[in-house]
Design a protein around this ligand. Structure first.
Ligand SMILES: [Zn+2]
Length: 234
């Protein structure tokens, strides 16, 4: 049987207890993308993986891969501690949402360098705690959509291709993937010109100055778009 070792920095995106003492852990790895692993005795002995199986911190993992769905975790140690996140409930919530979205949107065993960078940068920002978590999360959400190939069309109508002028609000159907102009039936959600510009910038990885209220609107938009693509339970 062929077996290879995967060594990568990773983030824990799910941990499910298995049997008496094991954990089935899902990692989002810098190299290799989303990979599930059996962590034997992870619950029986805290020494087994040195308490490394925690969310938010960057972990260096070694996985034994025999080509099956589940790899085997042989080593895990924390290489970047982000203790600051746990000091603020809002940051914990934001980090939790980001890990869940990454897990739901990224296909298994597909390297996603852009999504990895976006997620690591978000967690660093939440750890530092300089900005409002909701605003950081909104930026991440738009970046993630774009990085995994689900960027919203925010320039022109999805149906007829007509460009939406920069200074005009737009009707957006996030589940369909972007603007639907009024001639093509429109959509319930409307966003103003300024916010549309900001959302477009964020999809390109450019930080846009938005208020807390605007972050709420961006998050609503992004969550509806993600819900249309998320492979929940994967
Ligand atoms: Zn149209």
């Amino acid at each position: 049987m062929t077996s290879r070792l995967v060594q990568s920095e990773a983030l824990l995106v799910r941990a499910v207890p298995y049997g008496e003492s094991d954990i089935v852990a899902t990692f989002f790895c810098a190299q290799g993308g989303k990979i599930a692993a059996m962590a034997r005795s992870a619950r029986k002995s805290s020494k087994r993986f040195g308490g490394a199986l925690e969310p938010f911190h960057t972990i260096a993992v070694t996985l034994q891969d025999r080509g099956r769905e589940l790899t085997v975790l042989t080593e895990a140690r924390i290489v970047r501690v982000r203790a600051g996140i746990a000091t603020k409930l809002e940051s914990v919530d934001a980090a939790g949402s980001a890990l869940r979205w990454t897990r739901d949107l990224c296909p298994p065993r597909t390297e996603e360098q852009g999504a990895w960078s976006a997620l690591a940068e978000l967690l660093d920002a939440l750890d530092e705690g300089k900005n409002e978590p909701k605003i950081e999360l909104a930026f991440f959400a738009m970046r993630l959509l774009s990085e995994v190939g689900y960027a919203l069309e925010l320039d022109r109508c999805l149906m007829c291709g007509k460009a939406c002028p920069d200074d005009k609000p737009a009707r957006i159907d996030p589940a369909r993937g972007g603007i639907v102009c009024l001639s093509c039936g429109g959509a319930r959600l409307q966003i103003g010109a300024r916010l549309r510009q900001a959302a477009r910038d964020m999809q390109r990885g450019v930080r846009a100055e938005i208020s807390s209220e605007e972050a709420t609107d961006v998050l609503k938009l992004a969550e509806l778009a993600m819900a249309a693509h998320a492979d929940v339970g994967a």
